[in-house]
Design a protein around this ligand. Structure first.
Ligand code: FAD
Ligand code: MLT
Ligand code: ZN
Length: 469
């Protein structure tokens, strides 16, 4: 081991090895503080060449490797185990924008570029990268691709997978698979790139990405509205889609309890509507003209929604400040839950038609078992994906509540979602946290194929072992 580590240090130099104990500790604990690992070394290469050479040393010496991006993932996938025998590869120093092809509308960047930095780099060319989420100030493009991240505009632009036009990947034996041409069409054999999207670092380390960019909308229409429940939200979405098509970029649901958590703990927030007994939706449309016609049709559709009893009340943002304020309410929910002691998180998806019934039945079933629990239900209803989070009755006893009940609450919610043909992990992945659930609830044949693919690409089982499968 020592000889291998010395060779790696010679490859990446002193600056490429993290020795500061405070920094190291922050990289060895996961975002949700579920896991704390140890590492034989934390390596931060600067280039693909350095990364590949260091991986090769690990492969030859039989050392297990854990890739890490911004360490914002929710499933413990970027945390090494407790043995102290694994090497953690942090991509943070591989943070170069390689190219912005304005004519081709693609960005090529090192995998360690932080999502917010990538957004700023392309925004000056009026070509937004339509991937956004609450963690964008820390998460990295490589981590976004490795988790197939979703976020707030999936309805219009898809998940990270749909944005990927190319990848460069360091394979577990140190070979580099380079697919950075960014071609729209290329039917030359298997689409290997897709294997690494959502693989959570179990098949190789993504060292660079090519991402699709989109034209900058000229105007937005953003509404905050009150409605009864998720079922009505789905009905409204169906009518919006039929009248406004793919102008709808986001359709987010926010339960009253989730909003109350935000209003109670995030400074300078206030409810856009004076209703206290309903739930809410945040809807955004984008236009490529001045947006006047779109806003008119949006208002008419919402008025029809009111007449049909689907919408209680609605307000459309009058300016950019109000638009930002609506989004701040939605984006602050994870932070507000944290301030309330944290939640037992669930991230389920179900066919649109079944989503409303699932949510109502899950609320009843959870409160039957945990009558005093607080629920925070919200999320990407436009994508069939809700975060059904369960909080302790008392924030001061949150750790005990989560420890004692996480297993039974989650088993209930996951089973209810799967029995209705849904998924127990719509966007946050599997990592270490949901590996057991995947083994229990996953399709047999799919699991067999995943193991075969893993064995082919990583025959020694060195790349992020103990995660996903
Ligand atoms: P990490 O946490 O570092 O790693 C995640 C996984 O990817 C690990 O298995 C790791 O091994 C692997 N990995 C990381 N980098 C690489 C690489 N270069 N090559 C190969 N494997 C790699 N997620 C959503 O999908 N939608 C949301 O709306 C959303 N909102 C969030 C809001 C907040 C406040 C927070 C804290 C998190 C949120 N997340 C969300 C979860 C998280 O931010 C995403 O999963 C993100 O994509 C993880 O990126 P990361 O760089 O932090 O990856
Ligand atoms: C979100 O949609 O805000 C996240 O995916 C959920 C979370 O951060 O818990
Ligand atoms: Zn989400």
């Amino acid at each position: 081991m020592l000889e291998a580590l010395n060779r790696i240090q010679a490859i990446v130099g002193n600056a490429g090895v993290v020795t500061d104990p405070v920094r190291a500790h922050s990289m060895l604990v996961d975002e949700r503080r579920h896991y704390e690992g140890r590492a034989a070394a934390i390596i931060q290469p600067r280039t693909t060449r350095e990364l590949a050479a260091a991986v090769r040393v690990c492969f030859d010496a039989g050392i297990a490797m854990v890739p890490q991006g911004g360490n914002t993932g929710y499933c413990g996938g970027a945390t090494p185990d407790e043995s102290g025998a694994q090497v953690l590869f942090s991509l943070s120093r591989m943070n170069r924008i390689r190219d912005i092809d304005v004519r081709g509308s693609i960005l090529t960047a090192d995998a360690g570029v932080v999502l917010a930095a990538a957004q700023s780099a392309v925004a000056v060319h009026d070509l937004p990268l339509p991937l956004s989420m609450g963690s964008q100030g820390s998460c990295q493009l490589g981590g976004n691709v490795a988790t197939n991240a979703g976020g707030l505009a999936v309805l219009r632009y898809g998940t990270a997978r749909e944005l990927v036009a190319g990848l460069e990947v360091v394979l577990p034996d140190g070979r580099v698979l380079s697919d950075l041409k960014g071609l729209r069409k290329d039917n030359t054999g298997y689409d290997l790139r897709q294997l690494f999207v959502g693989a959570e670092g179990t098949l190789g380390i993504i060292s660079a990405v090519v991402l699709r960019l989109y034209p900058m909308p000229r105007a937005w229409a953003t509404a905050w509205l009150a409605l009864r429940d998720i079922g009505d939200a789905v009905e409204l979405l169906v009518s919006l889609k039929s009248r406004l098509g793919d102008c709808i970029t986001s359709f987010e649901y926010i339960s009253r309890e989730a909003l109350d958590l935000v209003l109670g703990s995030i400074p300078e927030t206030r409810s856009p509507l004076n209703t206290s007994d309903s739930n809410y939706a945040l809807i955004e449309l984008a236009a490529f003209d001045d947006g006047a016609a779109l806003t008119e049709e949006f208002e008419r559709t919402l008025a029809d929604g009111v007449a049909a009893g689907l919408v209680g009340d609605a307000v459309i943002a009058r300016n950019e400040g109000q638009r930002r304020a609506f989004w701040r309410l939605r984006e602050s929910i994870p932070e507000a839950e944290k301030r309330a002691g944290g939640s037992i998180k669930h991230d389920v998806s179900i066919a649109a038609g079944a989503l409303g019934d699932f949510a109502n039945e899950a609320i009843i079933a959870t409160l039957e078992q945990f009558p005093r629990a607080r629920l925070s239900v919200y999320g990407h209803v436009g994508d069939g994906n809700v975060h059904f989070n369960v909080l302790a009755p008392d924030p001061l006893a949150a750790d005990d509540f989560k420890r004692d009940n996480a297993r039974s609450v989650s088993s209930l919610i996951h089973r209810m979602a799967c029995e209705r043909g849904g998924s127990f992990s719509a966007e946050h992945g599997v990592g270490k946290l949901k590996r057991g659930i995947l083994a229990e609830l996953g399709d047999r044949v799919a699991l067999e194929l995943m193991r075969q693919i893993k064995a082919t690409l990583d025959p020694k089982g060195l790349m992020n072992p103990g995660k996903v499968i």
